[in-house]
Design a protein around this ligand. Structure first.
Ligand SMILES: Cc1ncc(COP(=O)(O)O)c(C=O)c1O
Length: 377
């Protein structure tokens, strides 16, 4: 027996008819984000391989492919499996495949063709090489290089030694280098400084690629990737592809970094004021299960609170959350009444997406479709 329907709203519907909280993408904002980034790289002869983690949504991915994305970047095996299921045949899995189950999956997925893995150590390479050899598969991989983020990735000066050790396995084929210039997301200087830091990342990766070529490796992929670095890192001569992800929706963090303007932020959480019992805090029905808690630069805020038309509310801060309750304060919050709708631009779009099983697609104030979000944990 099923209970009364909840999220199955008859569409099209007006934005203010949505069950709250609701994740909404404004297609009129998203499509220009897709087209602008695609054009930027097409003009420069740089391949665009968006990171799919931002949307995890086939309706979005399809639009990126239609705008000439060469394929996608993935973080998780679930993303790889999902996109292979949709027939996408050019994927870069930019996360080390460690552990028996991931190794087994990596080899099986690589055997289907069109998958490149990312590795940064002989320890990561060895079990993969054994499994690939047993399966009779040659697995293409990129060597991940640390260009400042300090997460995964070998230090540039160790790249030659690592490449030699890892490509000694006949079942692995080194085809390139990859970096994620994620440090730019925490950049605190001005935009010019950020751009020059991005260009330096690209130049460093190109230099490493050159050294590997001189040592005899056939390097055809020189891959950088991030949204803050999107206008800079890929433009170092010799970079072959860019992997921004967040750009498809942008978010409040990217706005603070100067990567986008307010009217390019396509993803919002629509919520309602549910209680105003205490004047100093207004309670909304979106808490930490609706928003990513990854504030990045926006410490003390779960997102940028706007009115239903997307105009930021002055002196209003979404300062804390319980699971399904959001705490909103500030002088501007005093005007909010029970039942009022607010629209929140998440600090981090990608983490917010992963909280939801579907996103409503809207054109302005009209909600037209409900799109599934796939490959979540
Ligand atoms: C390996 C890798 N490539 C590309 C990206 C995309 O970066 P952004 O989210 O800044 O667009 C990420 C983001 O986490 C990443 O980890």
């Amino acid at each position: 027996m099923t209970g009364p329907g909840w999220a199955e709203l008859t569409l099209p519907a007006a934005l203010d008819e949505l069950p709250t909280p609701a994740l909404v993408v404004d297609v009129n904002r998203m499509q220009p984000n897709i087209d602008t980034m695609a054009q930027r790289y097409a003009d420069a002869g740089i391949a665009l391989r968006p990171h799919v983690k931002t949307s995890k949504c086939w309706s979005v991915a399809e639009r990126q492919l239609a705008a000439d994305a060469v394929g996608f970047t993935c973080s998780t095996p679930a993303e790889v499996a999902w996109l292979q299921g949709h027939g996408v045949d050019d994927l870069l899995w930019a996360h080390e495949p460690i552990g028996p189950r991931k190794v087994e999956f990596a080899v099986a997925a690589a055997a289907r063709g069109g998958l490149t893995l990312a590795l940064d150590s002989p320890e990561a390479a060895a079990p993969l090489a054994v499994a690939a050899e047993q399966a009779g598969v040659v697995v293409p991989f990129v060597l991940e290089i640390n260009t400042g983020q300090g997460r995964t990735g070998v230090e540039p000066e160790l790249a030659l030694d690592r490449a030699a050790a890892m490509s000694s396995h006949h079942s692995l084929r080194l085809r390139g280098v990859l970096t994620h210039e994620g440090q730019l997301a925490g950049y605190t200087g001005d935009r010019d400084g950020l751009e020059s830091a991005g260009r330096a990342v690209g130049a460093l990766l190109v230099e490493v690629a050159g050294e590997l070529r001189e040592a005899g490796h056939a390097i055809d992929l020189v891959s950088v990737g991030s949204t803050p670095g999107a206008p800079s890192a890929p433009f170092a001569v010799g970079v072959t592809e860019a992997r921004p992800g967040t750009y498809v929706y942008f978010d409040a963090n990217q706005m603070r970094l100067g990567s986008c303007g307010l009217d390019e932020c396509a993803l919002t959480v629509v919520a309602r004021v549910v209680s105003t019992q205490r004047p100093e805090r207004v309670i909304i029905d979106a808490g930490i299960k609706a928003m990513s808690s990854d504030a990045l630069g926006a410490v003390g805020s779960l997102g940028l609170v706007c009115d239903i038309d997307g105009v930021p509310l002055p002196d209003v801060t979404f300062f804390d959350g319980n699971e399904e309750h959001g705490f909103v304060s500030g002088a501007g919050a005093a005007a909010l009444r029970v039942g009022d709708l607010v629209r929140i631009i998440p600090n981090h779009a990608c983490g917010t997406t992963n909280m939801w099983s579907a996103v409503y697609a809207a054109t302005g104030a009209l909600v037209t479709e409900r799109w599934a979000i796939a490959a979540r944990y």
